[in-house]
Design a protein around this ligand. Structure first.
Ligand SMILES: [Zn+2]
Length: 411
């Protein structure tokens, strides 16, 4: 085995014990601190108290699932790996498409590089939408709990997953979808003992339940039990998140939404501008495709600065950036974002047109993400870390650097 591997300009030390990197979807830091305070998460409590090392890190913008999972497994921002949403307007095709196809991925992953160099690598994701991106060019085990009943040795590097995990196939809208990821990870660690494992959950619970509520604490108690077991099995564990999660509703429980397509239609004429919501994906029931981040494509005749200033003056809006400004500030690929990038305030979501959002599935007040207000996430490791400059801006995509290079004892 090589002693080091360089991927996307960053060098990683070969592991001396298994490394498990976990992306807990939608893990606002307060979910952990509240569960610990309630006594529901004793293992995480010990980590926070000093048996491990804890940082607050910035996720990448937009604070959505796909861009951040891909940043974590590539070690670089979306400007380099190319995945800047769940959904985007493909200028080559002239249509709005899902961005979950590896054809949109512009670099290789740390997982693929280690697997090609001979490491035993495993990836388990809750939703199948991420599987092909995370497993791109990777040799080893890669499957989703969503489709755990359909795994084959040929496609996923493993078979009989349901039997091995001992759980029924979970619903795509359930806490069990994430629990399955952890339990399956432990089964692999007990038997195959991967050198490198990446686990990615889903934010179904976080979209519904605020930190410290019984449903949230139960979920973090489940995570806590499984982390303790992985630790017992001798793994280095790095836990981070793709984004935080905030309430986007008023005191009356109704969602706070600015319907930006309707606004621009009123200003510029019907459908002159095009609003894209990169949160859009096939699983919108729990958030109604409402997040705090939008892209706007303007007709060439429109003065972009003037429209930007007008949107920025709306009280629901936190920030409007031009394409160049957004590419620089948020490290986004400039060819895959709009003429304008719009971020709403912490308590407000952005919609397209009122009649294009089905909110009938919102059975609890809206909680969502996508903005800078959901950018801060935990970055925890169950070991000591060599002294780092106090000024270091930690990113969630430092997870592999932390687990392989920076923990005490790594050389
Ligand atoms: Zn997410």
């Amino acid at each position: 085995m090589p002693t080091h591997i360089t991927v996307n300009g960053r060098t990683y030390r070969w592991m001396d014990r298994p490394l498990v990197v976990i992306c807990v979807d939608g893990c606002q830091y307060e979910y952990i601190s509240a569960a610990v305070a309630a006594g529901a998460a004793p293992y995480l409590g010990r980590l926070l108290a000093g048996s491990g090392t804890c940082f607050i890190a910035d996720s990448v913008m937009p604070s959505f699932t796909n861009p951040n999972n891909l940043s974590i497994v590539t070690g670089v921002p979306p400007s380099v790996h190319g995945i800047c949403g769940n959904y985007f307007f493909d200028p080559e095709r002239g249509e709005e498409v899902m961005m979950n196809d590896p054809r949109y991925l512009r670099v290789g992953t740390i997982l693929a590089a280690f697997s090609q160099a001979g490491a035993k690598v495993a990836v388990i994701t809750a939703k199948d939408k991420l599987r092909k991106l995370l497993g791109h060019r990777m040799k080893g085990i890669c499957f989703s709990s969503e489709k755990a009943d359909q795994v084959t040795l040929d496609e996923n590097g493993i078979e009989n997953v349901l039997d091995r995990v001992g759980m029924p196939l979970p619903s795509v809208y359930s806490a069990a979808l994430s629990e399955f990821v952890f339990v399956a990870g432990i089964k692999l660690m007990e038997k195959e003992r991967p050198d490198l494992m990446y686990l990615s959950t889903t934010d179904y619970i976080q979209h519904k339940a605020a930190p410290g509520t019984p449903a949230a604490n139960d979920f973090y108690a489940m995570i806590d039990r499984n982390l303790a077991r992985l630790d017992e099995l001798g793994a280095t564990i790095v836990l981070t998140a793709d984004h935080g999660m905030n309430a986007k509703h008023g005191d009356d429980g109704q969602p706070n939404v600015i319907y930006l397509q309707d606004t621009l239609d009123a200003w510029l004429g019907a459908n002159k501008a095009r609003v894209i919501l990169p949160i859009t994906d096939p699983y919108v029931v729990h958030h109604g495709a409402l997040g705090s981040f939008a892209l706007v494509y303007l007709p060439a005749t429109e003065a972009q600065r003037a429209v930007a200033a007008r949107i920025a003056a709306l009280p629901e809006i936190e920030m409007v950036l031009t394409r160049a400004e957004a590419a620089a500030k948020f490290e986004l690929p400039s060819d895959r974002i709009g003429d304008l990038v719009v971020v709403s305030q912490r308590d407000t979501a952005i919609g397209t047109s009122r009649n294009r959002h089905d909110l009938s599935g919102l059975d609890v007040p809206l909680r969502s993400h996508g903005g800078t207000s959901e950018q801060q996430v935990p970055l925890l490791v169950n070991r000591g870390v060599n002294k780092q400059p106090d000024t270091r801006r930690w990113r969630n995509f430092d997870a592999f650097d932390l687990g392989l290079n920076l923990v005490t004892g790594a050389s």
